[in-house]
Design a protein around this ligand. Structure first.
Ligand code: CUA
Length: 338
């Protein structure tokens, strides 16, 4: 026998299904979620206008097809006076199912192709930045100044940016919806993404291609600074990391260098040259840790060092066994790398 509470009366099931759909759709919306419909640069604006055009055409098609379905159910077969319709079924299929869609799709191809071509065009005076995807974080290199950082990409407002996108392992996809379209990072196939940020601000981006258990926590920030602020940011990162400013920090540096930390992470100007994990030379100035998994606070950093697996299961960082005093020293050292 069928349990009536599971099947339920039909309207209730329909309402439950509708609620479920709304919940799933709504889960993607939050105040912090970046939207491609809130563009902050010309590339994203172009993509937005194609999006609206496609929505407009889709709505028009929906209304026409929906109207025809309603008309056909009300009218029944043949005409009002009982004679067969002058338009045959085959004619409906040829016109409505082949000719009209062909015209619409060909028409849509024009703005799509021209937009894609314009967005991939070389921009004179562009700043080149290399971004390499790792499971599950982003390495960021500024080849002209040898600055290396991670998970936070600083760019100057108003200057064209040219990102060279590569991957160290599987396919990832780089997507900052408010600035540009998404571009895949494919093994052995460097891709280029061009955009200009027109407004200072912090724009959240994410990996847009499923790449393993922590795909959802492979996010990054693009920070668009006014040009003078960007210059200062770049100057601050030239050369070695700053010296520890106090005794506790310098104790932390010793622990860092003699423990497994230095085997996996690099800090410019020190003996730490590990390549497995993110470069930590300017770690203290970053807003987040674990590729925007959590805010970069002392508490979160302590938790991350002691047991990164509890915050982001499956990442490469093993638990580090240190005494509480050693942990405080490590935190002091890392938070002062800025
Ligand atoms: Cu990287 Cu998904």
């Amino acid at each position: 026998m069928v349990d009536p509470s599971v099947t339920g009366p039909r309207p209730r099931r329909v309402a439950l299904a509708a609620l479920g759909l709304v919940a799933v759709a709504g889960a993607g919306c939050s105040q912090d979620a970046p939207s491609a419909l809130d563009p902050k640069g010309p590339a994203a604006e172009r993509i937005e206008s194609v999006w609206w055009l496609m929505l407009g055409i889709a709505v028009a098609v929906f209304v026409v097809v929906g109207g025809l379905i309603v008309a056909s159910t009300m009218r029944g077969r043949g005409t009002d006076d009982g004679r067969p319709s002058r338009i045959t079924a085959n004619q409906w299929i040829l016109v409505g199912g082949v000719a009209v869609p062909a015209v619409i799709l060909a028409g849509l191809a024009v703005p799509t192709i021209t937009t894609t071509a314009d967005l991939t065009e070389d921009q004179p005076g562009a700043l080149r930045i290399e971004v390499e995807g790792y499971k599950w974080w982003w390495e960021v290199r500024y080849p002209d100044s040898e600055v290396v950082t991670a998970n936070e990409i600083h760019v100057p407002v108003g200057q064209p940016i040219e990102l060279e996108l590569t991957t160290a392992d599987v396919i990832h996809s780089f997507w900052v919806p408010q600035l540009a379209g998404k571009v895949d990072m494919v093994p052995g196939q460097p891709n280029t993404l061009r955009f200009t940020a027109e407004e200072a601000g912090t724009y959240r981006g994410a990996c847009a291609e499923y790449c393993g258990v922590q795909h959802a926590r492979m996010a990054m920030l693009v920070v668009a600074d006014p040009p003078a602020t960007f210059e200062r940011w770049m100057d601050d990162r030239q050369g070695p990391a700053p010296e520890p400013p106090n005794e506790l920090a310098s104790e932390g540096e010793d622990i860092f260098m003699r423990s497994s930390c230095a085997g996996c992470h690099a800090v410019a100007g020190t003996s730490a040259r590990g390549q497995e994990g993110p470069d930590l030379t300017d770690f203290g100035s970053r807003q987040t840790l674990g590729a925007a998994t959590v805010e970069n606070t002392r508490g979160n950093l302590g938790g991350w060092i002691a047991d990164a697996q509890s915050l982001k299961p499956g990442n490469l960082m093993p638990p580090i066994s240190v005494t509480p005093d050693e942990l405080l020293a490590l935190i002091e050292y890392l938070e002062n790398l800025k």
